[in-house]
Structure formats: structure tokens, C-alpha cells
Design a protein around this ligand. Structure first.
Ligand code: IYR
Length: 226
């Protein structure tokens, strides 16, 4: 494709809705997404791969710096690979919970009941492991070209992924093993990719409980300048 072709503009597919329809949709979406919770106990039941693919398609439509789409979504269902990921994650997390995390950090995590054990990595039928591409390699020279606003771009994309999975009826956890470079090695990722998140996906285990957290109200998070 020439530069000129890339600059071609096309009509925006857009149909304006009535205000009442818009308001109803906005209310119903906010109610539905507010029910999303991070789940730490998963059923081992398999999930339809088509849902995972559609959610990744949704994530791939996110806006990104200069449209570089600096993300790779790795989908892991292989039991042996999940086991090796769990072993490495638990090794790192053991060090975190037993010395690397500050007292106040541990206190903040207390209400969530987390510890170094991560059975959900093996129980969840699917792990979506997200990598950010800090640069792209140009063909055919292989020279490095930096990407832009990579953290912002991938954060938006993952938000869309979580939203898509939730509205499809699946539960997720945004798991952040730290450090997570073992994921780059275990998944054999190229040098331009850095592990960003491990997202176990599946059905919540029967009878799972979640922490009784409080969400800030609109008055706490919205400031109007009229
Ligand atoms: N990564 C650790 C610790 C942890 C940190 C935060 I901030 C959380 O919100 C939850 C957990 C772990 O996965 O246990």
C-alpha cells in the first residue's frame, strides 16, 4: 500500500440514535458492566473459543498511538504450559509476599485475601497473556521503530477485552505477577514484546465468593465544570 492509499478517507459508518434510546443503552450498559468482578476461583469447564476470539477482535479495535496497535494476545489452554506459568508465578509471588512487598502494600491487599498461591492459573480453562510491543521492526531492514503511547493504548485495549468477556458471560482476573518477564521466556516472545498482564478467563467456580468492596460513587469520581 502506498502512502497515498493509507491517507485515503472513507465515510464513517454511523447512525444517530434517538436520545431516549441512547440514554436507555447507557444506563443498561453501566448496570451490566458494574456487575463485573475480579474472580479468583474458576471452574475448570472449557469455554467456547469463539468467545475468546471475538473478545480479542473487540480488543484489537481499540484506538492506539498512531494506529500502531502495539499488542499481542496469547491464548493459552495447554495444561502443561499453564502449570509451568503457575510454578513461575508462584515462585515470584512467594518472594513478593515474603519480603519484596511493603507492610502497607500487604495491608492494602488484606481485604482481598490474596497470597502467593495462584491455583486459578491452572484451573481457568484459558489464560489470555497480553504483551505490549515497545517497538516494531521494519521489513526488510529489521530496524527498530518506536511505538507511541504504548501503555495508554494497551490499557484501553485490555479494558475493551475485559468488557467484551464480561458481556459474553465469562469471568476474568487481571493478574499481575511481578516481575512478569518469565512469561516472555515461557511463551517464547520476540525481543520487542514485554509481558503486560495475565488474564485467566472462565466460569466462576460454583459458590465462589468475592470481597465485599466499595466502589466510589459518581460524586467522588466526576467533577463538573459548567
Ligand atoms: N501481584 C500480586 C499482588 C497483588 C497486587 C495488587 I496492587 C493487587 O490488586 C492484587 C495482588 C498477586 O497477584 O497476588
Amino acid at each position: 500500500m502506498s502512502d497515498k492509499d493509507q491517507r485515503t478517507f472513507i465515510p464513517l459508518p454511523y447512525e444517530r440514535m434517538s436520545e431516549s434510546e441512547m440514554i436507555e443503552k447507557s444506563r443498561s450498559f453501566a448496570d451490566s458492566i458494574s456487575k463485573r468482578r475480579s474472580v479468583r476461583e474458576f471452574s475448570t469447564d472449557p469455554v467456547p473459543m469463539e468467545i475468546i476470539e471475538n473478545a480479542i477482535r473487540a480488543a484489537g479495535s481499540a484506538p492506539s498511538g498512531a494506529n500502531k496497535q502495539p499488542w499481542t494476545y496469547c491464548v493459552v489452554t495447554c495444561a502443561d504450559l499453564k502449570r509451568r506459568i503457575r510454578v513461575s508465578a508462584e515462585e515470584e509471588e512467594f518472594r513478593n509476599y515474603h519480603g519484596r512487598m511493603s507492610e502497607s502494600w500487604l495491608e492494602d491487599l488484606e481485604p482481598l485475601g490474596t497470597n502467593h498461591q495462584k491455583p486459578f492459573i491452572e484451573d481457568a480453562p484459558v489464560l489470555i497473556i497480553v504483551f505490549k510491543k515497545i517497538y516494531d521492526q521494519e521489513e526488510p531492514t529489521g530496524s527498530k521503530k518506536n511505538n507511541y503511547y504504548v501503555n495508554e493504548s494497551i490499557g484501553i485495549s485490555v479494558g475493551m477485552l475485559l468488557t467484551a468477556l464480561h458481556q459474553s458471560g465469562l469471568a476474568t482476573l487481571t493478574h499481575t505477577p511481578s516481575p512478569m518477564n518469565f512469561l516472555e521466556k515461557l511463551l517464547n516472545r520476540p525481543a520487542n514484546e514485554r509481558a503486560y498482564l495475565n488474564i485467566p478467563v472462565g466460569y466462576p467456580k460454583n459458590g465462589t465468593e468475592v470481597p465485599n468492596i466499595h466502589r466510589k460513587g459518581l460524586d467522588d469520581i466526576m467533577v463538573s465544570y459548567i
